[in-house]
Design a protein around this ligand. Structure first.
Ligand code: NAD
Length: 550
């Protein structure tokens, strides 16, 4: 594998070298995913989420960039697990890129088989937004995490989290949003990570207030903040499987416990007794033995979380398969606490609400400030949205191209998309806007340990829904569409789809945006109507979604 000559940075501004904005946007977003300010390990093409990659290898990366620059406005590039494999004549309404990442036939969908194929150079792990080129740095998860912690506060009959202490682990690409999300909600938080460089990065980027290697000092700082009702985030360098049980043993008063280590991939979770230095080498030389050790440590880690639950804390799994891995490691009560989706997020999904995100291809932060104001004006009644946009505008440090995220629902997202397109057309914005979302959305994922855990009708593992979502987005005019396997929770445990659509200011873009941004969240409402959620039925009736058997 040849490494790139210099750090990658997406071009900025209104001039393009590709023949359409669809292709130019895909190229810039792929490059942005690998910008050192955005990606966790750009030298390995790893964007976030353990080993979530943007392209198979550097040769494939170069070929994708070259092909996108040459792609005609009526052609479509096909990408198979990070490798460009074909260009076909389609039409202007068709996506410029179709992506399939990490998909394996059911019986073969295991980590060992996946790794064997990856070793042969035949596949790559695309996570959710890494291989589908719409990762926007830690902010991408910040709003969802902020919303989740706000919902936790509500579930505790509190207005916010002031006077509470949250314990969590994992300060990586996604998990690094946790400390800021808690302090934005007014709480105190202690976050554990084995890798000091991750904690330092979060402090540098304003997501974490401070960190230390001294557990006593960290515990004292956050406990004092909790008692004073002050927002404070403190990182501590250490292994969660050692620190969680230690804090439980010491009787530190903790109100909320969760975790976002990369537990979905046992090779990306550091077991007790293994040093940072030994990690990669040991995992590569004997992955089975390493997996056993990681699972055994996760069992200890989760047993401590169950201990906090027994002491009255609110405890939830934050979508990383930690409970299942701990169960495999021998923790019998691993599922004593719920996942965050059934606990806090499902009511939002029933309305088609989910992570709507956009990126300014101009590179001008002012474009985001203007779109923030436009979104706030479109939804004057939505107090939570206004609170978020204000906080995000003042606290979020952009990583790579300026971007924003907020959660919008069915019959809302297209209004924002059309408004942005108008602002591009009128010249109010300095360049086109890319609009996409996480695969973690209302209608785009089947993931029984996360987004579809405990569905009302038991349909948790039915994966027809994300495939229909991807097909519909393709038919509706999205600029690129992706179908992935294994994101978030690991190989064998999820199937999910993504879409990205470009607002380039043209009337054609407006037509496409109106359809995609209505239909995409519409599949979320449809999926929850089908599963029997009353709120989804109401939304479908009120907002005119056609569901033949409703
Ligand atoms: P990442 O790989 O960037 O970061 C994981 C972090 O965990 C690393 O900093 C690593 O040093 C740390 N870590 C590993 N083992 C540890 C241990 N034993 N003790 C303490 N720290 C340890 O991953 P990420 O992008 O932050 O994602 C984290 C997890 O969250 C993944 O499983 C991902 O799939 C999941 N996730 C959840 C959501 C959600 O909405 N809930 C969204 C995205 C990702």
């Amino acid at each position: 594998m040849t490494a790139p000559r210099q750090p990658i940075r997406a071009p900025r501004g209104p001039e393009r070298t590709a023949k359409s904005w669809g292709a130019e946007a895909a190229k810039r977003m792929l490059m942005n995913n690998l910008d050192p300010d955005v990606a966790e390990h750009p030298e390995d093409l790893v964007v976030y989420g353990g080993t979530g990659k943007a392209a198979r290898n550097w040769a494939a990366y170069d070929a994708i960039i070259r092909t996108l620059d040459e792609l005609e406005p009526d052609e479509t590039l096909l990408v198979q697990s990070g490798k460009p494999v074909g260009v076909f004549r389609t039409h202007e309404w068709a996506p410029r890129v179709l992506i399939a990442n990490s998909n394996l036939v059911g019986d073969w969908a295991t980590w060992p088989e996946f790794r064997r194929l990856e070793e042969l150079g035949l596949t790559m792990y695309g996570q959710m937004t890494a291989g589908s080129w719409i990762y926007i740095g830690t902010q991408g998860i910040l709003q969802g995490t902020y919303e989740t912690f706000a919902a936790v506060a509500r579930s505790l009959d509190r207005e916010d989290l002031s006077g509470t202490l949250t314990l969590t682990a994992g300060a990586g690409g996604m998990g690094g949003a946790q400390p800021l999300a808690v302090t934005m909600n007014g709480g105190a938080v202690l976050i554990v990570d084995v890798d000091e460089s991750r904690l330092r990065r979060r402090v540098d980027h304003g997501y974490l207030d401070e960190y230390t290697t001294d557990l006593d000092a960290a515990a004292a700082r956050v406990s004092a903040a909790r008692d004073a009702g002050r927002a404070l985030s403190v990182g501590v360098v250490g292994n969660a499987a050692e620190i969680f049980p230690e804090l439980l043993r010491r009787g530190v008063r903790i109100d909320i416990v969760t975790d976002q280590t990369s537990a979905h991939d046992p090779l990306a979770y550091l077991p007790i007794g293994v040093s940072m230095r030994e990690w990669k080498e040991m995992a590569a030389s004997d992955p089975d033995a390493f997996t056993d050790r990681a699972r055994a440590s996760m069992a200890v880690h989760v047993a401590a979380m169950v201990g906090f639950l027994d002491e009255g804390a609110a405890v939830f799994d934050y979508g990383n398969s930690l409970r299942r891995e701990a169960e495999l490691g021998g923790c019998e009560r691993a599922f004593a606490f719920p996942g965050f989706v059934p606990a806090y997020i499902r009511p939002l999904f029933a309305e088609g609400r989910g992570p709507f995100r956009w990126v300014a291809l101009s590179g001008d932060p002012d474009d985001i400030a203007k779109t923030d104001r436009a979104v706030a004006a479109l939804f004057p009644e939505d107090a939570a949205l206004h609170r978020w946009l204000e906080k995000a505008g003042s606290t979020v440090h952009f990583e790579g191209l300026p971007a924003r995220i907020c959660w919008l629902g069915y019959q809302e997202r297209h209004l924002a998309g059309l408004k942005f397109n108008e602002m591009v057309a009128s010249g109010e914005l300095a360049g086109p806007i890319v609009i996409g979302r996480d695969h973690l959305d209302a209608g785009s994922v089947a993931s029984p340990y996360r987004e579809t855990e405990a569905m009302a009708d038991g349909s948790d593992a039915i994966a027809d829904w994300p495939l229909l979502n991807a097909l519909l987005n393709t038919a509706s005019g999205a600029s690129w569409v992706s179908i992935h396997h294994g994101g978030g929770v690991g190989i064998g445990r999820s199937i999910h789809a993504g879409q990205v659509t470009v607002a380039d200011g043209t009337p054609l873009a407006a037509e496409k945006l109106a359809r995609v941004l209505t239909n995409d969240p519409g599949t979320g409402v449809m999926r929850h109507v089908d599963a029997g959620y009353d709120r989804a039925r109401e939304v479908a009736r009120e907002r005119g979604l056609k569901v033949p058997m409703l």
